[in-house]
Design a protein around this ligand. Structure first.
Ligand SMILES: Cc1ncc(COP(=O)(O)O)c(C=O)c1O
Length: 398
């Protein structure tokens, strides 16, 4: 049978990078000693108040078609929280509920990009951006952050990447995989360029509730950015709700109307009981306390991993300010990131990701997530120490 050309656009080359992850998860089913640090799925359960709320919704018959954009009270809570955090004046009419930030990213791209357009994405970038952008017929133009300077914005590279075809600038802050956040100066520079060249800005903020230090800034709150910014967010990471598929886009009302028309034919809204659960996640004091507990726990785990990597002279890691990942530069070991990750898996049964999948600038790095309990993380650190001791001993012998 013949398939549509768009099927080419969604066949990412990045799939290879997940090989070790797939091997690790499949071996884990037979061998409990495998430690999977290759995925960004929280190990916490969704707070019980949120689960109870969904169950009550189901029992009470909240199982019918819903308002396409999402329920007013839920969108009002999201709008109020966004406004209080970043200062952008918004109401529920600026918010649409979609099936995770992923779905919001896809839908937003469909509504702003077209064949012939160019969309700049700051790299390292989350792996699904490529397909989302290519599906629209637009061309993804990667702009690498400066890997020699802790992945700061390369101001000149960004400015030089803009052409008369550029339609949008995409980024995630905090970033996956680096866990770093764009600074006020960097965001102001992006905003100035966007205003000057009349560009959209797509700001993916799914890790903004999991910040350890530094200030997370939403570009939408900067002067004159509201009309051209789409802010994406979700409950996946903040409330350990990856499987619920609850996310949203915040943007100008005309964009929200277009997204609503797209949702009508693509999704037809989020299930009512899921929206009820999302409302509980964002308003119930105990659910919010659970989210905060997760944040503090990630921070403790981050500190443990950072101290582990700092002990090894030929590894250097960038301390993440947020998220549940960190990047480790393994180039000084003499191994490629792929070879390092493969050996670590084969010798110590730890699954990590070669970060090449996130862009060329991350090619020297592996990405490690900290979504396992303290005892397992401790075990992982000891195995990494053993792995490095053996690697260095072999190197000296050679
Ligand atoms: C940067 C980034 N954006 C978007 C997503 C998708 O999140 P969601 O589960 O809300 O669709 C992820 C998931 O890992 C991510 O890391």
């Amino acid at each position: 049978m013949r398939y549509a050309p768009l099927t080419q656009a969604i066949q990412g080359e990045t799939v290879d990078a997940w090989d070790i992850h797939f091997k690790a998860t499949s071996l884990k089913e037979k061998d409990d000693s495998v430690i999977v640090l290759s995925i960004g799925d929280p190990d916490f359960d969704t707070p019980s108040q949120v689960v109870d709320s969904a169950v009550a919704g189901l029992r009470n018959g909240d199982t019918h078609y819903v308002e396409i954009e999402g329920r007013d009270e839920l969108r009002e809570v999201i709008a109020a929280s966004h406004q209080s955090r970043c200062g952008q004046e918004v109401s529920k009419d600026n918010v649409i509920m979609l099936a995770g930030a992923q779905n919001a990213l896809f839908a937003s791209s469909m509504c702003i990009l077209a064949p012939g357009d160019e969309a700049i994405v700051l790299q390292p970038m989350y792996v699904t951006y490529e397909a989302c952008i290519q599906l629209t017929g637009a061309t993804l133009v990667p702009v690498a952050m400066d890997k020699h300077n802790d992945f700061c914005l390369d101001y000149a590279a960004l400015e030089n990447a803009i052409t008369d075809k550029t339609k949008a600038i995409y980024f995630a802050t905090p970033n996956n995989p680096s866990g770093l956040m764009l600074t006020q100066n960097e965001l102001q520079f992006i905003a100035d360029l966007a205003i000057k060249h009349d560009l959209w800005v797509v700001s993916d903020e799914v890790y903004s509730q999991t910040v350890f230090e530094g200030e997370h800034i939403s570009i939408a709150g900067l002067p004159n950015m509201a009309e051209r910014t789409i802010t994406l967010n979700s409950l996946s990471k903040s409330h350990a709700m990856t499987g619920w598929r609850v996310g949203w886009a915040i943007g100008p009302t005309t964009l929200i109307n277009h997204l609503s028309n797209l949702s009508l034919c693509m999704l037809y809204g989020l299930p009512g009981f899921v929206q009820q659960a999302a409302y509980t996640a964002l308003t119930d004091p105990q659910a919010l306390a659970s989210s905060e507990h997760m944040r503090v726990t990630y921070q403790r785990r981050r500190d443990r991993l950072v101290s582990c990597f700092q002990q090894h002279q030929n590894l250097s890691c960038i301390t993440p300010q947020a998220s549940m990942f960190l990047l480790v530069n393994v180039s000084e070991t003499g191994l490629t990131a792929q070879a390092f990750a493969e050996s670590l898996f084969e010798q110590q049964k730890i699954g990590v990701l070669p970060a090449t999948a996130f862009g060329e600038c991350a090619a020297d790095f592996i990405r490690i997530s900290y979504v396992v309990e303290d005892s397992e993380l401790e075990d992982a650190c000891e195995r990494i120490d053993r792995f490095m001791a053996l690697l260095n001993a072999n190197k000296q012998r050679a």
